[in-house]
Ligand binder design. Structure first.
Ligand code: P5A
Length: 444
């Protein structure tokens, strides 16, 4: 349990002028982040709690899919990128740095070169294959127009994973694994991200999908078969090791039409117009199969089972972890503030004591707090000496899924009010029933 009076949560009453979209506005107003330079943000305690939850879901679902976590540095040697040929090609988006010995370094925008170098140093034969390695690390891209807060930042947190296989067939299996892992990851966060065929851009390769969340403020226009809107995407029970079932699932999923505006051509669209909806979308993930594009220049060469030397077959898999936080807000808010899905909310419950210092409300609040803690809920207790209106507005703004309001009148009868932030439903109940009530709503 954390007390609002002691917590560093600098909420703002007014809408900051520089914020054009809901996520940026609400993250600043809720005291989650603070801009320190253009496109660069500090994460304040409330924001960090959400970032860590998103990160943890990504981690658990990567591990479940057989990927292994590691951590590579943010700073990289330019020589690695000269070797792959991307040092010049990457252009102005790369932040280039010189160390005291005048050596060229850079703040990594992505890690294909480094992971190929690390993998290739240690794995020389098919016996070390296959592998999927990932890390969750800050990236820097000197975007020409950083905007919308975390949505298009210059420094941002990415989960980037890299697969190493012997054959194209195996590499495509890794790609299928990551496809399912991503669908499960985003569903667990309470959001629907739709995979869409995409351009490969500076990462390269010949197969790629973007994962797009539908939201009105999305940067790109997307065209979606209505069947996506209803579909459960997580394939419960499907094992990552069941290669043919996984392929069937992938084929089924990718046969449902969804395309970004770069790829969509209305004259060639395979589905009837009344089955198609046009929406705006935010890219929260992007996966690529690129074969030996990096293995050849980086000399990631291994000996196969026939004793022959060959380059590995690879793919890379990104999730914009910090962007996800903003994208969820874009997809889930109202005019009063954020509406967190329960799985990634910074706290489960906001506890509001309307008369701090009153013996009865203080005592009921303390008992509710104890019961919620015992039931495993994270509670933010607003014990500040503020007007009720301010407390209600702040609690709606920061968007915790449940609010428990303790007022003097009902407290005298041992009762409190529970509000569901998403539905707006309010219910008065004996304080002893609060934990069970919230537990039931969370499960259902
Ligand atoms: C995939 C992993 C890559 O970099 N290399 C390693 C591949 N792909 S990507 O599409 O360029 O980026 C992956 C995800 O990172 C997020 N992202 C950003 N988030 C915030 N601000 C940015 N400027 C930014 N650029 C990329 C996106 O979610 C993207 O899908």
């Amino acid at each position: 349990m954390i007390r609002a009076s002691k917590f560093f949560i600098p909420t703002l009453r007014e809408n900051p002028k520089e914020a054009d979209v809901a996520s940026h506005r609400y993250m600043l107003r809720a005291g989650m982040i603070q801009q320190t330079s253009a496109g660069i943000y500090a994460w304040l305690p409330l924001g960090l709690r959400v970032l860590k939850k998103v990160e943890q879901i990504v981690r658990e679902e990567q591990n479940a899919a057989g990927a292994q976590e590691m951590l590579m540095p943010t700073l990289q040697s330019a020589d690695l990128w000269r070797k792959s040929g991307r040092y010049d090609a990457y252009g102005k988006e790369m932040l280039r740095i010189k160390d005291r010995h005048d050596r060229d370094m850079l703040y990594g925008p992505t890690n294909e070169e480094m992971i190929h170098d690390i993998f290739g140093t240690h794995i020389k034969s098919y016996k070390g294959m296959p592998k999927i390695l990932y890390h969750i690390q800050w990236k820097f891209r000197d975007e020409i127009r950083p905007r919308f807060g975390l949505m298009r930042g210059r420094e941002f947190l990415m989960k980037d994973g890299y697969s190493f296989d012997l054959t194209k067939e195996d590499a495509v299996h890794s790609y299928h694994r990551m496809m399912l892992s991503y669908l499960r990851t985003f569903t667990r966060m309470g959001i629907k991200a739709i995979p869409m065929r995409a351009d490969t851009g500076p990462i390269g390769g010949d197969l790629s999908h973007e994962f797009i969340i539908l939201a009105e403020t999305g940067e790109s226009e997307v065209f979606v078969d209505k069947r996506w809107l209803e579909k459960d995407l997580t394939a419960p029970g499907l094992s990552y090791n069941d290669r043919s079932a996984l392929k069937n699932y992938y084929d089924e999923i990718t046969s449902i039409y969804a395309a970004t505006d770069e790829i969509h051509d209305s004259s060639k669209c395979p589905i009837p117009a009344d089955q198609l909806v046009s929406k705006r979308g935010i890219e929260v993930g992007h996966i690529f199969y690129y074969g030996s594009k990096y293995a050849v220049p980086m000399e990631t060469i291994i000996q196969n089972e026939n004793g022959e030397m060959q380059p590995i077959e690879g793919g890379c898999y990104g999730i914009g972890v910090s962007r996800v936080v903003a994208a969820i807000i874009e997809a889930s808010h109202d005019e009063n503030g954020i509406i967190w899905p329960a799985e990634i909310a910074p706290f489960d419950v906001g506890l509001i004591n309307l008369k701090v210092g009153d013996a009865v409300t203080d005592s009921v609040t303390a008992q509710v707090e104890k019961a919620l803690g015992a039931a495993g809920f994270d509670v933010l207790y607003d014990d500040r000496d503020e007007r009720a209106g301010v407390k209600f507005a702040d609690m709606d703004l920061i968007g915790l899924p449940w609010q428990v309001i303790v007022g003097p009148k009902s407290a005298a009868e041992g009762k409190v009010e529970v509000k569901n932030r998403k539905t707006g439903d309010r219910a008065e109940m004996p304080m002893t029933e609060v934990a069970v009530h919230i537990k039931k709503q969370k499960a259902g």
